[in-house]
Write a protein that binds this ligand. Structure first.
Ligand SMILES: Nc1ncnc2c1ncn2[C@@H]1O[C@H](COP(=O)(O)OP(=O)(O)OP(=O)(O)O)[C@@H](O)[C@H]1O
Length: 314
């Protein structure tokens, strides 16, 4: 039996844009990425990291300078024509004078096998606003309508470029609630976001991009740990503090030891060994092990990628 190809396979992808009167900007600089079917992946990165360009290449909206993108083993265009992929994009307008339901009907009429409109209204959380004019819908409701349009073809892969941009916290939470239901059905979901908490709460895997490259790829906890290691903290009696500090600093991978308010904080890579050392010798009690928050990891990893994007020709 042959195994089914992954949802997305990207090999050595490069894309740069010419700028009038200036050096070309290299938006994507040699990306390799495989996304398996059923994964929920966040493409996370600051402005200009190359997220939209990568998604545009996966959708076949742009042509790579170098490298290859396969979607379900074929070209992006073939996957879209098969109805296997749909997208919710930042750009692309809706018709203001139609209702939500009419918008879905018009687009469905162009498709060979659309899902029933009522089902899409329900799944996208649009039933209550089905008869509202698009012009009267809030930004969040319009984003939901774009999401509904993406669901019409019942795609196996959903690509969303900053789907919650402009939504307030409540609308964002509701939107991700809806998406959870889609993910549970085994759909592959790839979304670009600036929001660390969205990536953390919703994705199983985070691909962190900076300056056209992937700088980290893993679960959110792996990314935190990779960026900054862990901190072990413990209560240590004041008269023991100096001796404990010296012995801890001698352990491999320990980066820093500080004492504050009766607690010792130890920044290290191998938190298990440090915790065991303290515990076995009864040097500390009330132990806690934490990894840095995702925001700190994000800043560390994106700041670490110092390549200059300019001056890279196509
Ligand atoms: N059509 C274009 N012409 C010129 N430069 C472009 C074009 N599209 C993107 N770029 C440049 O390529 C780089 C990557 O842009 P891209 O939109 O892919 O990043 P992004 O991570 O999606 O950013 P954002 O979060 O702001 O949407 C940026 O420097 C951007 O200015």
């Amino acid at each position: 039996m042959t195994s089914r190809p992954p949802a997305i396979e990207i090999r050595n992808l490069h894309k740069s844009f010419r700028q009038r009167g200036g050096d070309p900007v290299s938006a994507v600089q040699g990306i390799d990425l495989t996304i398996q079917r059923g994964e929920v992946v966040a493409l996370l990165g600051p402005n200009g990291a190359g997220k939209t360009t990568t998604l545009d290449l996966v959708l076949g909206f742009a042509t790579a300078d170098q490298g290859e993108v396969r979607v379900f083993g074929g070209t992006p265009r073939a996957a879209i024509e098969d109805g296997a992929v749909s997208a919710v994009l930042q750009t692309g307008g809706l018709l203001a004078d139609l209702t939500v339901q009419e918008t879905l009907k018009v687009v469905a009429s162009l498709m060979p096998r659309p899902l029933p409109i009522d089902e899409v209204l329900d799944r996208a959380g649009l039933t209550a606003v089905a008869r509202h004019m698009v012009a009267k819908c809030s930004g969040g409701q319009q984003q939901r309508l774009k999401f509904g349009l993406a669901l019409l073809a019942d795609p196996e892969l959903l690509i969303l470029d900053e789907p919650t941009a402009g939504m307030d916290v409540r609308a964002r939470r509701e939107f991700w609630g809806t998406m959870h239901a889609e993910a549970r059905q085994g759909r592959t979901i790839v979304f670009a976001t600036h929001y660390l908490e969205e990536a953390d709460a919703f994705a199983n895997r985070v691909v962190l991009m900076s300056r056209g490259r992937i700088v980290a790829d893993g679960s959110t906890s792996e990314i935190r740990a990779r960026a900054t290691g862990r901190t072990v903290s413990a209560r240590v009696s004041a008269d023991m503090a100096q001796t404990v500090q010296e012995s801890i600093l001698a352990i491999d991978g320990v980066q820093d030891v500080t004492m504050r308010g009766g607690r010792m904080s130890i920044a290290c890579h191998d938190s298990d060994s440090v915790a065991k050392y303290l515990f076995d010798r009864a040097l500390g009690y009330d132990l806690e092990i934490t990894s840095a928050n995702l925001e700190e990891a994000f800043i560390t990893l994106t700041a670490d990628s110092l390549d200059d994007r300019k001056g890279v020709s196509a």
